[in-house]
Design a protein around this ligand. Structure first.
Ligand code: IPM
Ligand code: MG
Length: 353
């Protein structure tokens, strides 16, 4: 298996280095994997004047899976929009057709105290958010900033074709079938035509999955319910921007955004794997970041692209073990646990493996 390793910016290189340690340990154990590293985001701009250099895209295309850290940093915020790090990330998602983004929010019992919600509200939490990743207001045309009637206006287009909704619906129903067989589709159909179509297509597709109980929720209510009673959810499916927002909210249920991995898949289960958090420029280069979301992303790579569930379980169990041992990076530290650095956490996971 060929893995393209794209560390990116900020804490990206530090957290990816820990995930690579895990992959190296698996290789020492006989796993047949090759890794090659390339720049993306601000690092891509610095190296080649492009947040998604051609060589990086080619490497990612030729690979079976992509491991990505994070992109972005304040030094790039004044660049022309197409040159900004985030555009590199959006382009690689689009170029590789990674339309289905899986974001599991799972609470490790030992981290219940690290959540900002009461332990009884979050204990036992296990939600899968399926976020559509290559459409919506992120990509819809027209978009821009221009002068109209003597003042500047900014505009974007929320747009979904029925085929885009249908394919992500099939992924979400498929996942719901393997979980609790409850799927909640989140939209804003009381206001947006785009959401009205989304809901109609979800209902059409649901006819092929009679075992799955489909429900519908407006996004504002879903945001509220995630905080009020998150355990009512099993699998959720939603569009690109609603999924971006709801998955950040859901991450806090699990104690820290530093715990949440993700998989972005095309229709052949080729995937890009990345933590859902950003590049955290404020702590970059200080060996403080939590590498567990990135390591858990490697577990997802084994589960979804390599279809090697035993190794996926092995990595997840190693993470559970270090958490149970009381090791904590700063973001999940609570009184009575042991604060460790990013690299110490990576070493501990390798040892537990
Ligand atoms: C995410 C991030 C990205 C997104 C940014 C960095 C472009 O927030 O993966 O959730 O909005 O998709
Ligand atoms: Mg986000």
């Amino acid at each position: 298996m060929k893995i393209a390793v794209l560390p990116g910016d900020g804490i990206g290189p530090e957290i990816v280095a820990q995930a690579v340690k895990v992959l190296d340990a698996l290789r020492a154990d006989g796993a047949k994997i090759e890794m090659e590293t390339a720049p993306i985001g601000g690092a891509g701009y610095d190296a080649a004047g492009d947040p998604l250099p051609e060589a990086t895209l080619k490497l990612a295309r030729d690979a079976d899976a992509v491991l990505l850290g994070a992109v972005g940093g304040p030094q790039y915020d004044t660049l022309d929009r197409p040159l900004r790090p985030e555009r590199g990330l959006l382009r690689i998602r689009k170029e590789l057709n990674l339309f289905a983004n899986l974001r599991p929010a799972l609470l490790y019992p030992e981290l219940a105290g690290a959540s900002s919600l009461k332990p009884e509200v979050v204990s036992g939490l296990d939600i899968m958010i399926v976020r559509e990743l290559t459409g919506d207001v992120y990509f819809g045309q027209p978009r821009g900033i221009e002068v109209r009637n003597g003042e500047r206006v900014g505009f974007n287009t929320m747009l979904y074709s029925e085929s885009e909704v249908r394919r992500v619906a099939h992924v979400a129903f498929g996942i719901a079938m393997k979980r609790g067989r409850k799927l909640c589709s989140v939209e804003k159909a009381n206001v947006l035509e785009c959401s009205e179509l989304w809901k109609e297509v979800m209902i059409e597709v649901s006819k092929q999955y009679p075992e799955v109980e489909l429900s519908h929720m407006y996004v504002d209510n879903a945001a509220m319910q995630l905080i009020r009673a998150p355990k009512q959810f099993d699998t959720m499916v939603t569009g690109n921007i609603f999924g971006d927002i709801l998955s950040d909210a859901a991450s806090m249920l699990s104690g820290s955004i530093g715990m949440l991995p993700s998989a972005s898949l095309d229709e052949h289960n080729k995937g890009m794997y990345e933590p859902i958090h950003g590049s955290a420029p404020d702590i970059a280069g200080r060996n403080l970041a939590n590498p567990l979301a990135t390591i858990l992303s490697v577990a997802m790579m084994y589960r979804y692209t390599f279809a090697d569930l035993a190794t996926a379980d092995r990595i997840e169990n190693a993470v559970k073990k270090v958490v149970a041992q009381g090791l904590r990076t700063g973001d999940i530290w609570t009184e009575g646990t042991r604060k460790v650095s990013c690299s110490e956490m990576g070493d501990a996971v390798v040892a537990a493996l």
